[in-house]
Design a binder for this molecule. Sequence first.
Ligand code: DC
Length: 227
Amino acid sequence: MAHSERLVPVLTIDGPSGSGKGTISARVADALGWHLLDSGAIYRAVGFAAGMAGLDLSDGEAVTRCAETTKILFRDPKDGGGTRVIVNGLDATADIRAETCGAAASAIAAIPSLRAALFEKQRSFRKNPGLVADGRDMGTVIFPDAQHKIFLTASAEERAKRRYKQLKEKGLSVTLATLFREIEARDLRDAERAVAPLKPAADAVLIDSTGMSIDVVVAKVLELVRS
Ligand code: DC
């Protein structure tokens, strides 16, 4: 690792899906003027590309090759609006958020060679003036030397409710009971996989956001970084 790279400050925010990581990370990156790495979007984009190519998601070699060759771009539109995720030239911003893509991402994320293929890509986001890295293994594997580490969680019930609201707002058809079951299954898969399981780094600060507003969590995180 280059000396200059190590000096670039990194804040890692890890946690299960629906913990609010995405929203909190984006808001904190914005407030600090730092870059943002949405590592889940990278896994989702590979899941999407593998689906488009009709690959068998349990074929480790094929999906690893897919991860190596898929071109993923994060583009901030000049006229505002959220970041667009471009996969092999196709705007997949909405597609990658579907639950099917989340499940595909979670399944391929258990393949060690695929995770290795995405290692450098994720590290390349570490640029001045700083990086907020959102994911599952940001503080444990990708940026173990990060200056600030947070593990953000919330009860499975609250996370299912938040996800339900988000997906409804996007006009997607889902039921709360299905989402709850999917979240529990995904948590289990992410926590129990042999490689880079979802667990807090030993030096991470734990925040349970159950019953907390986004503003309160953002303020807590900013206080931690600035102190
Ligand atoms: O954060 P998310 O829901 O967009 O992530 C989708 C899946 O990708 C998640 O179920 C597990 C996987 N993932 C991972 O294994 N490691 C990361 N750093 C980020 C996501």
